[in-house]
Design a protein around this ligand. Structure first.
Ligand code: ATP
Ligand code: MG
Length: 561
């Protein structure tokens, strides 16, 4: 491809609306352009990368027996009503104005529709069906470029099995395929065991990449590989120690003292002597949650524990429930369910609110004074705490989800009545799995992990072109002729080459070559040409060597293998 005639609108400056590195570099290198919030055009250079990623995904999906489909993005709404997901997706689902169609955010319904019409016997399974196709989600906060778009490409696959054991096989095949895909793409990723959440399955894993651009927070152990979303992560942090003897409870006048910090300051005590109270409403019933010191409630863990609907109590409800406003609420005399975090287990001589504004209570013995108390793990794990598996230090950081594998079970087959007959002629719902990879996210995450201050650093696998050929003075006949012959030779040998044949300053061309980031730069200049030499620069290391023209192809092949 000749750059003079190729639509690669590079930008010198960082665009104002981009903060995440991959987003900035994709815009600057002319790979993408925004059309509206969360809606991007992928330009020719970017699309070459998307196709390479898609091809790797296809190869690995085919290798596990996957059969490629192409399902419609425009879906009749009735199918989505069968699974009650018009409601479940809510505003995220795009509706076509006459409301008879939706734009598919995922394809469980359509795949299950096909399954129920054909997979009637145990003999028809297992099946692995996949596609690489556009998804539509009205994300409330599209951001970070293509990492969170309202329209994006997903590889989604669905498995259909007759037993839970066979589902495990299909799931494990995907686990292996995903590792191969991400390895081949050159990504540094880790795997998090996620909670199966509202989708109603029995197991799932998320493939994640560490990145400040991520919207998930995970706890990760570098020594043993323990990784968990902080929503569910646990650490080895133990409960505090009970004092040998318990004081009697006593009321303390604490005017204006609201936060734990203010209480500690006022009473000259440590926060580990305090039990912080939070009131939640669980299906209209109040529940008092106690946390040690300043620790915050992990609402995901709380929701899982309580079931039903869970929300923090509104400020104006608190007084009616407890007799006091926030800052003065406590467990002693609280009328209702009380759950304390495990770190408070059986502690005594604690301080907490008195359920009376501007008063606290000291000398609380949870065993003696709060007999109905229950305990649970309700903490948010912090960096530096010990790993539950190996006692090494955990790190907590942001991460991007690249892909997700998920044992769906029978949720969709039951609601859509996709049943099969077993060997005995008995009817059962098909056991399903679903598995996704965000194709643009793979591209973005690669760039997040492979760049420097000058631009992207592609490796040979995903690079839009393997070689960036730079003619330094495109008025010089020798340079032109040499470039043309190199360009032709590489093309004839199926080595993808981007030829910067523009009449522009050397510095400008070098900057573009570093920004676009092809693995090898071949630089043809008048001076070196006089002694028959061509300069070869490796983008990743910056290493430069002079190579005789007749050895150039060999040198390039050596680099890109
Ligand atoms: P997230 O938690 O990031 O919203 P998700 O759990 O909604 O992801 P899935 O429904 O499991 O994602 O979709 C499978 C894959 O599709 C994700 O792992 C991710 O790589 C990609 N993906 C999901 N939403 C988007 C989006 N808005 N833009 C780009 N890719 C996305
Ligand atoms: Mg989502």
């Amino acid at each position: 491809m000749r750059l003079s005639n190729y639509f690669v609108p590079t930008l010198k400056e960082t665009p104002n609306d981009a903060v995440v590195t991959s987003h900035i570099l994709m815009l600057r290198s002319g790979m993408i352009r925004m059309i509206a919030a969360g809606i991007y055009s992928i330009l020719p250079l970017g699309y070459r990368v998307i196709r390479k990623i898609s091809e790797i995904i296809r190869e690995e999906m085919n290798a596990i027996g996957g059969q490629e489909f192409h399902l419609p993005a425009l879906n009749p709404k009735e199918l989505w009503e069968e699974t009650n997901r018009v409601q479940a997706f809510g505003d995220t689902l795009f509706h076509i104005k006459n409301r008879e169609y939706v734009l598919a955010p995922t394809h469980e319904e359509i795949m299950t529709y096909h399954a129920r019409n054909v997979l009637k016997s145990y003999k028809d399974m297992p099946q692995i069906w996949y596609q690489i196709q556009t998804k539509f989600r009205n994300e409330p906060r599209p951001r970070s470029g293509v990492i969170r778009g309202r329209q994006f490409l997903m590889k989604d696959s669905y498995t259909f099995d007759t037993t839970w054991e066979n589902l495990d096989i299909s799931y494990n095949l995907h686990d292996k395929a995903y590792r191969k895909i991400f390895d081949r793409c050159g990504l540094n990723y880790f795997v998090v065991g996620a909670s199966s959440g509202a989708m109603g399955g029995t197991g799932s894993e998320e493939f994640m990449v560490k990145s400040d651009a991520g919207e998930d927070t995970v706890a990760y152990c570098n020594s043993c590989g323990y990784a968990a979303n902080v929503e569910v992560a646990v650490s080895n942090l133990q409960a505090g120690k009970r004092d040998d003897s318990s004081k009697n409870i006593y009321e303390i006048h604490t005017p204006g003292v609201k936060s734990i910090d203010e209480l500690c300051e006022f009473l000259k005590i440590d926060e580990t002597a305090c039990a912080k109270s939070r009131i939640y409403i669980n299906d209209s019933r109040p529940v008092l949650i106690l946390m040690l010191g300043n620790e915050e409630v992990n609402e995901s863990k709380l929701e899982k524990l309580l079931g039903g609907s869970v929300r923090p109590g509104h400020p104006d409800e608190l007084k009616e429930i407890s007799g006091a406003d926030a800052g003065s609420i406590g467990p002693v005399g609280f009328n209702g369910r009380i759950i304390a975090d495990n770190r408070l287990k059986n502690l005594n001589n604690l301080f907490s609110g008195a359920n009376k504004n501007d008063y606290h209570i000291g000398g609380i013995d949870l065993m003696r004074d709060v007999p109905q108390i229950e305990y649970a793990d309700l903490r948010i794990v912090q960096s530096g705490e010990e790993c539950v598996k190996c006692n090494s230090k955990l790190e907590v950081f942001s991460a991007i989800e690249l892909g997700h594998i998920f044992k769906l079970g029978t949720k969709y087959s039951e609601s859509m009545r996709a049943f099969f007959l077993d060997e005995k002629g008995e009817e059962h719902p098909i056991i399903m799995g679903s598995y996704g990879i965000g194709v643009e996210r793979v591209m973005a995450c690669f760039i997040e992990q492979h760049h420097d201050e000058k631009g992207i650093i592609w490796d040979k696998t995903l690079a839009p072109f393997k070689v960036h050929l730079v003619g330094l003075n495109m008025k010089n006949a020798d340079v032109i002729n040499t470039c043309e012959s190199i360009y032709n030779e590489l093309n004839e040998n199926n080595i993808d080459v981007l030829f910067d044949d523009r009449e522009a300053q050397a510095g400008f061309k070098f900057n573009d070559a570093d920004l676009l980031g092809m693995p090898i730069q071949v630089i043809v200049g008048e001076k070196k040409l006089k002694s028959g030499m061509i300069e070869l620069k490796i983008r990743k290391t910056g290493e430069r060597t002079d190579v005789p023209l007749n050895e150039l192809k060999k040198a390039i092949e050596k680099e890109i293998g």
